[in-house]
Ligand binder design. Structure first.
Ligand SMILES: CC(C)(COP(=O)(O)OP(=O)(O)OC[C@H]1O[C@@H](n2cnc3c(N)ncnc32)[C@H](O)[C@@H]1OP(=O)(O)O)[C@@H](O)C(=O)NCCC(=O)NCCS
Length: 323
């Protein structure tokens, strides 16, 4: 049975990039939700993929009275699982919009037999937890945000393994080597190991990109690992600008030498030298080696994102699928 509100929602499916106006409407919707919820509903990668022609995604737009009232982005780049992020306009919640988007996500996921659906909820908000639980989707992964007070950090000079030298990333020259080591270091990571050259180029074009905060560790000219930092402007993670240890990766052949710890320390030195007072990073909660490394550098857990998962399609009631 359709209730009146859900019957009026149309889910529009877009394969390929959104045009500039539609992408801007999604960003504005995400901003309204972030202001209401205190946490951004879409992470960096879906925002970069809104208008990226090579993105492996399907866009679901929930339209009511010609206005965008909800949005879901489905990463369909893996045969095993669709990964989704979804958001409903704060002024249109508890009306079935989220349910309609989720039903659309299940329909799209089911086009590949046996593929599972995974949905991220940033900040582990009570509404998202209830929404997923009521649809039989348990928590399947937890991503920790960890935070460090840079002023209070112990300042011991990082020790690099013998023969290892550190230099800045050079755009136009280092992309292929960096991607090779990144995919080896994150071979088992569902998102990070899949970074394409288009994904890397998109980040290099972002206003925050700064090669001075992207350091490569080499021995005899061979790349062994890197640390990439990012600075978030005031307002994104609280009233002050905040630094992020964005990616630390060490080639499997060079792991166990203390390189990860040294690179993390060099990244933090760079952020402290920029005058920042706090640093954050994200890591899977079950990556005990990484969590231990960051805790020993002084990081503490500050927030959590959860991923809900299911193989079972929920009811598609109330959805009109449009092109
Ligand atoms: C979670 C979210 C997508 C729900 O969207 P919505 O359009 O309000 O959800 P719907 O109206 O379709 O479905 C509502 C069902 O979800 C659950 N639910 C949603 N919000 C809830 C809340 N605030 N408290 C309790 N249950 C809630 C209920 O089971 C509800 O069914 P009911 O209204 O019949 O009781 C929305 O709150 C949102 O955009 N949150 C911020 C982004 C986010 O957390 N995304 C991740 C989602 S897993």
């Amino acid at each position: 049975m359709l209730d009146d509100a859900s019957a009026q929602v149309t889910i529009r499916t877009t394969r390929g990039p959104l045009d500039a106006a539609d992408a801007a409407a999604v960003r504005a919707l995400a901003d309204r939700a972030a202001a209401a919820d205190g946490v951004a509903p879409l992470s960096e990668q879906p925002l970069l993929w809104l208008s990226e022609p090579e993105a492996p995604v399907v866009h679901l737009s929930a339209i009511r009275d010609d206005a965008l009232v909800g949005y879901a982005q489905l990463d369909v780049g893996s045969q095993a699982a669709t990964r989704a992020e979804l958001v409903v306009d704060p002024g249109h919640r508890r009306l079935g919009v989220g349910r309609a988007l989720l039903a659309g996500a299940f329909t799209e996921t089911a086009t590949v037999p046996g593929r599972a659906l995974r949905v991220w909820a940033h900040g582990d908000l009570p509404a998202a937890r209830r929404f997923a639980q009521d649809r039989g989707m348990p928590v399947v992964r937890e991503l920790l945000q960890m935070r460090l007070d840079l002023a209070a950090r112990p300042t011991t000079a990082p020790t690099l393994p013998a023969g290892v030298q550190v230099r800045q990333f050079e755009p136009g020259r280092d992309e292929d080597a960096w991607r090779r080591v990144n995919s080896r270091a994150f071979a088992h990571h569902p998102e990070q190991g899949r970074m394409t050259s288009a994904d890397l180029r998109a980040r290099e074009s972002e206003p925050w990109f700064d090669p001075a905060g992207f350091l490569l560790a080499e021995r005899d000219g061979i790349l062994l690992g890197s640390v990439w930092t990012k600075v978030h402007p005031a307002g994104e993670h609280g009233p002050e600008p905040v630094g992020e240890i964005y990616v630390v990766g060490v080639d499997p052949d060079a792991q166990g030498l203390g390189l990860g710890r040294a690179l993390t320390a060099l990244g933090l030195d760079h952020l402290a030298a920029r005058g920042l007072s706090a640093a954050i990073l994200y890591t899977d909660a079950d990556n005990t080696v990484a969590v231990h490394t960051y805790e020993s550098a002084g990081f503490v857990r500050s927030a959590v994102d959860v991923m809900f998962g299911s193989n079972t399609p929920s009811s598609a009631a109330g959805v009109t699928m449009g092109a």
